[in-house]
Design a protein around this ligand. Structure first.
Ligand code: PBG
Length: 321
């Protein structure tokens, strides 16, 4: 080894360092989440997520067009419906907020890739991800409605539907309903290993989707578990997922790495709301260098094995590029 080998030779200057750099972060690998609400010309800031807004459909088009020009071409759409009820009926309404947004975005940004979050929590009056029966989230009834929701998104112009509910069997049910309806080209990005996480806190303000009672621990995974994540990912692949996701990202880099080593399909990671807000808050206090810490975090998620990252930071990165 030393003195024959001197690793510092490869760190000598910026040019050499960039020659041997193993991981890169590119705009093409980022997916930007967009929150869409009713109305027109509306842009409501999400207090806990500086820089993030709930947009009316026209506002979302404006925002996404700017990012599109800067090379962010992948969007994950979340809807904030006007009506919530126990059956989440506006989730699978062909005139629902997401469905209308999709039709407009498909037309205005034809070459963008549109992903939609498929879950019932923003649409149920109790805020749970499924239908509640006798105080319990009923799996199979919920899956039926999730599949209907995915179908209506696909019909309205989604390229990929992204089930985030963590019900059992939903990927298979969605694959079947899409295929039966002549939509076999529409893909599924599954939130496969989704943990029950405190890092979703700010999102629930953004999407008005906090559960009114109880929590999500009967469907989202226990942060202590690793084998369970592998099992979830494997079963989603068997059921027909095209891309699998690990969420959150930062506290679960080990799971991302294992997924990458084990499975032969693209891996997505969701750099979630709490991960974003913590950086923004510390930066606003002047306690960290925002750009440097953001880039280090996103690079670490790529290095762990994520092929693509869903991140609220996509906007800042785009505007800087
Ligand atoms: C819907 C959903 C959630 C997130 C994405 N889809 C919230 C949750 O499960 O409670 C979280 C995203 C984020 O925190 O940025 N089920």
């Amino acid at each position: 080894m030393y003195p024959t080998h001197r690793p510092r030779r490869l760190r000598r200057n910026a040019a050499v360092r960039s020659l041997v750099r193993e991981t890169h972060l590119q705009n093409e690998q980022l997916i930007y989440p967009v929150f869409i609400s009713e109305g027109s010309e509306r842009q409501t800031p999400v207090e806990s997520m500086p820089g993030i807004y709930q947009f009316s459909i026209d506002g979302a088009i404006g925002e996404c067009s700017v990012l599109y020009e800067k090379g962010i071409r992948n969007f994950l759409i979340f809807g904030l419906p006007q009506q919530k009820d126990e059956n989440a009926s506006s989730a699978y309404d062909d005139r629902g907020i997401v469905q209308r947004a999709l039709r407009t975005m498909r037309k205005e940004l034809p070459d963008s890739i549109l992903f939609t979050d498929v879950c019932l929590c923003p649409y149920t009056d109790h805020g749970h991800c499924g239908i509640v029966k006798d105080g319990i989230i009923a799996n199979d009834e919920s899956v039926e409605l999730l599949a209907r929701t995915a179908l209506s998104h696909a019909r309205a112009g989604a390229d990929f539907v992204a089930p985030s509910d963590m019900m059992d069997g939903r990927v298979g049910a969605i694959r079947s309903i899409l295929d039966e309806n002549g939509l076999s080209d529409i893909g599924i990005l599954s939130y496969s290993a989704k943990y029950s996480s405190a890092f979703y806190g700010p999102f629930r303000e953004a999407a008005h989707s906090a559960p009114q009672f109880g929590d999500r621990k009967t469907h989202q995974m226990d942060p202590a578990n690793r084998l369970e994540a592998l099992k979830e990912m494997e079963s989603d692949i068997q059921e027909g997922a095209d891309i699998i996701m690990v969420k959150p990202a930062l506290s679960y880099l080990d799971i991302i790495r294992e997924a990458k080593d084990r499975f032969i399909l693209p891996i997505a990671a969701y750099n979630v709301s709490g991960e974003y807000s913590m950086v923004k808050a510390a930066a606003m206090k002047g306690w960290v260098n925002e750009r440097a810490i953001r880039d280090e975090i996103l690079l670490s998620i790529r290095r762990a094995g994520a092929d693509m990252i869903i991140t609220y930071f996509a906007k800042d990165l785009a505007l800087e590029s």
